[in-house]
Design a protein around this ligand. Structure first.
Ligand code: AMP
Length: 405
């Protein structure tokens, strides 16, 4: 059943409690006197919903978590810098309440007028938030006539501010950001423009295995890179040296390779790799011979840290002919320049492609930003775990708990 969206609501004069994801990275200022936001992407991502509500005369009460204060008030996790940044972005004052419940919060909510906005202090200053405590959720819910969830990054968690509050508020809708995430990670993938290519990388097979399994029937092709490829290569009998590997997933890797073959799904592992004798910029590096018929593979005491030139060329060709591409996880240890060529090449090939290009969250987002290619992608998800769970076909509690249309 379709869920209520922000545009279905009458917001004028209403108190709108909105869960946003202002979990931004911060650092200390040079003199140590304040905390500075190093990347405000998440605050900007919430602007369309906030601006819409203000323009339509709503009284907007924002709540979010920041970091992991584990139920304690810790100054470095305060959301005050986010209130200041939001105020700059909106060009309007943003009130701040230094607790999300209790008298301070209630008074700040009562003082709001139509078209004004308030940010409540970190919900994770209370351990009841992650415990999804009903009494705490009811205290949050008391701030709003309407609830909106626009925090896609935490929609896979059943916490008090994402799911619990919906028990005590009649009208619960999704914001524009969540709506867009669902459009690209769910609706568009029901009937994807073909060929549908899934590119998975990153450190571990175990993080992505369920996505691969869930998409085996739907995708036309898979590209597997990064550390997770070595579990597949070991399963095929190749040497992998000291490369990252999950031995307890070898059976599963073999099963996936078999299923892909039976379903006639193209399943590409890197044809060659860059291997290194150390994990750092000063490592000695060399390419493996292409993997074929038992030859190729990583040398003893060496570690595979990127894909090689043959793989890059092959992957770029497949990317160029795809209709829809979803990418999650780097092709190598791209944080270190020496091992970043494969990830950069995949990002560039996607930027050039005419396919619907979806960056499914996490480190691939960091990569496309690093190479200045973000504006050439169709959609970049703001969720890591949440996007993977959605792709796995799971129900996200923060969305399932919203009101049906
Ligand atoms: P994930 O969060 O699972 O997408 O993994 C991202 C991390 O995987 C990045 O920090 C990469 O440095 C790391 N990674 C990618 N390829 C490798 C590799 N071959 N060996 C070790 N780590 C890798």
């Amino acid at each position: 059943m379709a869920k209520l969206t922000i545009q279905d609501l009458k917001v004028e004069g209403k108190r709108i409690l909105m869960r946003v994801d202002f979990n931004v990275p911060l650092k200390d200022s040079d003199d140590g006197s304040q905390r500075i936001i190093t990347d405000d992407t998440r605050i900007r991502a919430a602007l369309p919903s906030i601006e819409y509500l203000l323009k339509n005369g709503g009284r907007v009460i924002l709540m979010s978590h920041l970091g992991r204060p584990k139920g304690e008030r810790k100054a470095q996790f305060s959301l005050k810098p986010a209130a200041d940044r939001l105020s700059e972005l909106l060009g309007a004052p943003v009130a701040f309440a230094d607790d999300c419940i209790g008298d301070t919060a209630t008074q700040a909510v009562d003082q709001l007028e139509n078209g004004q906005v308030l940010l409540l202090e970190n919900v994770r200053y209370h351990s009841e938030e992650t415990e999804n405590d009903p009494a705490f959720a009811a205290q949050l819910a008391a701030h709003g006539d309407i609830f909106i969830n626009d925090a896609f990054g935490t929609a896979h968690r059943a916490h008090a501010s994402t799911a619990g509050v919906t028990q005590d508020i009649d009208q619960c809708a999704m914001g524009f950001l969540v709506e867009r995430e669902l459009k690209y990670l769910q609706d568009e993938l029901r009937e994807p423009k073909r060929p549908f290519l899934v590119i998975m990388g990153g450190a571990k097979v175990s993080d992505k295995i369920q996505v691969i399994t869930a998409l085996l029937d739907k995708a036309d092709a898979f590209i597997i890179g990064g550390g997770m490829a070595y579990t597949f290569r070991k399963a095929q009998g190749y040497t992998i040296g000291k490369s990252i590997c999950e031995d307890d997933k070898i059976e599963l890797a073999l099963d996936i390779l078999k299923q892909a073959e039976e379903k006639n799904t193209q399943f590409l592992l890197p044809a060659d790799n860059l291997q290194a004798d150390a994990f750092g910029e000063d490592a000695n590096v060399k390419y493996t011979a292409p993997y074929a018929g038992g030859s190729g593979g990583i040398d003893d005491e060496w570690e595979g840290l990127d894909i090689g030139p043959v793989a890059i060329e092959e992957f770029a060709k497949v990317i160029a002919t795809a209709g829809t591409i979803i990418w999650n996880g780097p092709m190598g240890v791209f944080e270190i320049d020496k091992f970043s060529k494969g990830t950069q090449a995949v990002a560039q090939a996607m930027a050039k492609s005419e396919a619907v290009t979806i960056i499914g969250g996490g480190d691939s987002v960091t990569a496309v930003n690093k190479y200045g290619l973000a504006d050439q992608m169709t959609f970049i998800s703001t969720g890591g775990g949440a996007s993977l769970e959605l792709l796995e076909g799971k129900t996200l509690p923060g969305i399932a708990s919203l009101s049906d249309k």
